[in-house]
Design a protein around this ligand. Structure first.
Ligand code: CU
Length: 252
């Protein structure tokens, strides 16, 4: 699948861009086709309306039992079919290539080297986020802006579904299974309850939301380092307490 992207070199797009493109193309073409079909129908309804007068002899009116050729010996009919086929096949191909991009991610396939990876675990009723080096958060997900974030989604109990509507992200959270997907959050900010559960999972389902915090990359680095340092400190403290019954671990 990599080769497709090497050939076409699709520019780096977020999921939001991709789905917006698909939506716009289908909206514009759908509207255009609709307008043409309805206008042509109305035009013919008017043209062939019953005026109460008998049809002129030279008018090309099909007789009972005769298939209409669509004019010009069927050329018009063939042309309209061919044109429709070209439009439909192009749309399918276009959407297919874009969806392939969504499937494989901006780096081609699987998380690239620079991608941030976060393991997401759903439980009734909240979300845990596991970053590198054992850093964890619950109820708030931190990501750097403009960078590809790959998520591995699973569940600790029943079936959930992890979703961020703003980022066009949705992944099943099923015990024992890992659903992998990605997104790029472009705008830094704190998005309250941006993360929701999309699988009815119990009495607290509707409240199973988490916040999405999008930080500038440097701020994210800072946040991550702080979290990691705090984690190490806590671990050291624990070790010290275990090793030293005489309370000499007070230096921390
Ligand atoms: Cu749930």
């Amino acid at each position: 699948m990599n080769t497709i992207f090497d050939i076409h070199t699709i520019p780096m797009q977020t999921r939001v861009d991709v789905f917006e493109d698909i939506f716009m193309i289908f909206l514009v073409l759908g509207t255009l086709v609709g307008v043409i079909v309805v206008a042509y129908t109305l035009y013919n309804a008017y043209k062939y309306r019953d005026t109460g007068e008998p049809a002129a002899d030279d008018e090309d009116v099909p007789t009972l039992g005769e298939l209409p050729t669509g004019g010009q010996g069927g050329r018009k009919l063939f042309l309209s079919f061919a044109l429709s086929a070209v439009v439909v096949i192009s749309l399918v191909a276009y959407a297919y290539v874009l969806l392939l991009y969504v499937e494989t991610g901006p780096e081609g396939e699987n998380p690239g080297e620079d991608a941030i990876e976060v393991d997401v675990e759903g439980w009734a009723f909240d979300w845990d986020f596991h970053y590198e080096d054992g850093v964890e958060t619950t109820g708030t997900m931190y990501v750097p802006a403009g960078e590809t974030v790959w998520i591995n989604v699973t569940s600790d109990d029943v079936w959930h579904s992890f979703g961020i509507s703003d980022q066009r992200v949705k992944a099943d959270a099923i015990p024992g299974e890992y659903d992998q997907t990605w997104f790029i959050a472009e705008e830094p900010g704190e998005y309250e309850d941006a993360i929701e559960c999309f699988e009815l999972c119990g009495s607290g389902h509707s409240g199973m939301t988490s916040d999405l915090v999008v930080l500038e990359p440097e701020e994210y680095e800072e946040w991550f380092e702080e979290e990691r340092a705090a984690l190490e400190e806590a671990e050291d403290e624990e070790e010290a307490e275990e090793e030293d019954d005489e309370d000499e671990g007070g230096e921390y």
